[in-house]
Design a protein. Structure first.
Lengths: 138, 579
């Protein structure tokens, strides 16, 4: 499926991670796949970018330094409900808070992440997103 | 004061007081009775002796009949008188001698059986002239320890004559002695005879002496009193100079006093003996009781002491100490209860230490795991990018691809180790949701790469009840067990991996069986496989199965069991409660 046809350009992905190397390699991996990738290394920066721009997918680590990225979920849902929110989390962090937000998150991926797996999941979600968009346009 | 001494004194008082009291009461009543009996016996004795004295005087009086005969017959020639006298008195044991005197006190005839006593008491004859027909002289001692007294009979013939008798008192004393000797082997009883002038002669010491007038009067009074029947028998007995005294009057033909004397210790010897026996009984019983009670109390308090010192030792932290050597009574139970408590305490302490150590390891693992996981993720991403770049190259270098694969594999096993460590140290509560176990298993199998040599058999029971599980954790369990099964069949040409689900009505639980036909686990290892850090694999932390056990048994209240035969295979049984 040609992504550009639907979205009027390659899908935009925001990668939020406070680890520079993960963030950068993730960006490269996703760009390899043909996506437009923005990055943010803190909660405030991510909020700032989300306020300004729209994304098809937001890929965020659960813990951003001393903050949790769960607050981003609310912001994203308010601003663009169709944006796919993928949360990356350590198994041990799967607590009650996360459980409560689980329904608002499209996908959560347990660490360690296999790049293949990630790419596969993003693809599936984007396809779904396009289908819903098509349906709503009709 | 120590408990020991308190107890000792208490038991001693309790055991000895009744004994002492009882002994004293018994002794008092018995002593009074015994004293009465002794006194009565002595009084009877003195009575008998008094009778003997009376008889003596009666006998003596009978001897005077010859004088009376002379009086009646009037004139008898002297030769006849002498013949009669000799016939009457010769060899008479009662007499030392006799004389017939004329009015001028010249001896008509006489015989002295004992040469020492031939003198005549003229005052006595004079006395007979003035007063009675018969007069008794003083008790006198001769030089040869032969006491005597004289009797004068005034023969009222014309002219007057006098029968003069010297009486052997020793004869009487010897008779009295027989009374005294009969009863007591130890001869301490003494009888003194006192004449009306205060002259005394005694059985034990025949040497006569004189008692003063005052004493004599007192004795006489007592003797008269004692004869009144209204006065109780005991009153006849009086104590003087540490001696028991009984006084009696000889009433026939004389007014001699009979004085009984015996030292108190001898007279009342039975009472003293009884008191001494009682005292000895008390003393010996006390000593015996003391030692018995001492031993008893020590035996009783010794285990208490042992228990106390045992408790002190344990309180200082020595949990290896055991209280031993205590009998099988209640205290023994206390000791064994204490010992088992100590044992439990020790086990608890060990458990705490172990869990503290594990908790520390867990905390460390947690920190290390998180810190390493991020760099690993970056490396994994970078490796992926390298692979992508290599694949894009027109001239592909298979070696580089191979190296990248090695990096990826090693990252995977590192991630696995980190996951095990983090799972083991996990502290969050499980997030439970109701799931169908068959679906969970199917999901895992979809994601699992099964090697070519292994045949998979799924025997999932349809319509199985849902169980409340933490999906991620149960997935981890099944994945772990499945991977172990695959690993065990690595070197076999063919193998069967079988997953079975069932529902056990009796325990109301869902059962998952994961069995392989791999190498199996030796029995000596079978117990250890669930212990943390136990591993026979070259790679791995040895935490896999301990995490599995912890997830099933601690976090899901289920049960995990294993059966294995070396060379044939292994089966794990997981039971998860439906509610």
């Amino acid at each position: 499926m040609n992504l550009e046809k639907v979205s009027g350009g390659p899908p935009r992905i925001l990668v939020v991670d406070d680890d520079y190397n993960i963030k950068e390699t993730m960006k490269d991996i996703l760009e390899e796949e043909g996506y437009i990738v923005e990055t943010a290394d803190s909660l405030s920066k991510a909020q700032e970018i989300i306020e300004k721009e729209n994304f098809n997918v937001i890929l965020s680590d659960l813990s951003l330094g001393e903050y949790s990225s769960l607050s981003l979920v609310e912001l994203v849902r308010r601003k663009s409900p169709r944006t796919i929110f993928i949360l990356i989390t350590g198994q041990d962090k799967l607590d009650a808070d996360l459980e409560a937000t689980k329904n608002d998150v499209d996908e959560y991926i347990l660490k360690p992440i296999q790049p293949n797996e990630l790419i596969h999941k993003i693809k599936i979600h984007l396809e779904k997103q396009m289908l819903t968009k098509k349906l709503s346009q009709k | 004061m120590k408990f020991f001494y308190k107890f000792l004194i208490l038991v001693l008082i309790l055991s000895l007081t009744p004994l002492i009291l009882y002994t004293f009461i018994l002794l008092n009543t018995t002593a009074v009775t015994t004293k009465e009996i002794i006194d009565e016996n002595n009084i009877n004795l003195v009575n008998n002796i008094a009778n003997e004295v009376n008889n003596f005087f009666i006998e003596l009086d009978a001897k005077l009949n010859i004088a009376r005969q002379f009086e009646r017959m009037g004139k008898i020639n002297e030769a006849e008188k002498i013949r009669m006298l000799l016939t009457e008195f010769s060899k008479d044991k009662m007499l030392y001698g006799f004389s017939l005197l004329d009015k001028d006190l010249k001896v008509i005839t006489g015989l002295t059986f004992d040469e020492t006593s031939s003198d005549i008491d003229k005052d006595l004859i004079e006395k007979s002239n003035k007063t009675e027909k018969i007069v008794l002289g003083n008790i006198t001692q001769s030089s040869q320890n032969k006491p005597y007294f004289d009797i004068v009979y005034r023969i009222d013939t014309n002219p007057k004559e006098y029968l003069y008798l010297r009486v052997n008192i020793k004869y009487l004393l010897e008779k009295i002695e027989q009374y005294l000797k009969i009863k007591n082997a130890k001869f301490l009883k003494n009888i003194s005879l006192i004449d009306e002038f205060g002259n005394v002669v005694s059985v034990l010491d025949t040497q006569p002496y004189t008692i003063d007038k005052k004493q004599l009067t007192e004795y006489q009074k007592k003797a008269i009193n004692a004869d009144f029947t209204t006065i109780s028998e005991a009153k006849k007995v009086f104590i003087k100079d540490n001696r028991v005294n009984i006084i009696m009057l000889s009433k026939v033909k004389s007014e001699w006093l009979i004085l009984f004397q015996e030292p108190i210790y001898s007279a009342y010897a039975p009472i003293f003996k009884m008191k001494l026996t009682a005292l000895m009984l008390i003393v010996s019983t006390s000593i015996f009781a003391f030692f018995a009670v001492f031993k008893l109390v020590r035996d009783f308090t010794k285990p208490i002491q042992k228990i106390i010192s045992g408790i002190e030792i344990v309180a200082e932290g020595n949990l290896d100490h055991k209280i031993s050597g205590i009998s099988h009574d209640e205290l023994g139970k206390v000791a064994s209860a204490f010992n088992s408590m100590t044992l439990k305490l020790k086990k608890l302490q060990e458990d705490i230490r172990k869990s503290e150590r594990l908790a520390t390891i867990g905390q460390m693992a947690n920190i290390v795991g998180h810190e390493i996981r991020n760099p690993l993720a970056a490396i994994s991403n970078a490796a992926y990018l390298i692979k992508m770049q290599v694949l894009k190259m027109t001239e592909k270098n298979p070696k580089i691809l191979r190296y990248v694969e090695i990096i990826e594999n090693e990252i995977n096993s590192s991630n696995k180790i980190i996951n095990d460590m983090l799972s083991y140290s996990r502290s969050r509560e499980p997030v439970l949701s109701k799931r169908n176990i068959n679906e969970v298993i199917s999901n895992i199998i979809e994601d699992t790469v099964i090697p070519q040599n292994i045949q998979l058999q799924l025997m999932l029971k349809p319509e199985i009840p849902e169980v409340a599980i933490d999906v991620e954790e149960i997935k981890q369990v099944i994945r772990n067990l499945v991977n172990n099964a695959i690993d065990s069949m690595e070197k076999k040409e063919t193998g069967i991996l079988k997953l079975t689900t069932s529902f056990d009505k009796t325990s109301n639980s869902v059962c998952v069986e994961i069995s392989d036909t791999g190498c199996g686990i030796p029995p000596e290892n079978l117990e250890k496989i669930f212990e943390p850090f136990f591993s026979t694999k070259s790679k791995g932390t040895g935490l896999g199965l301990s995490v599995v056990k912890r997830i099933i048994e601690e976090r899901h209240k289920g049960k995990i069991e294993v059966k294995s035969i070396v060379g044939q295979g292994t089966t794990f049984y997981v039971k998860l409660p439906v509610q």
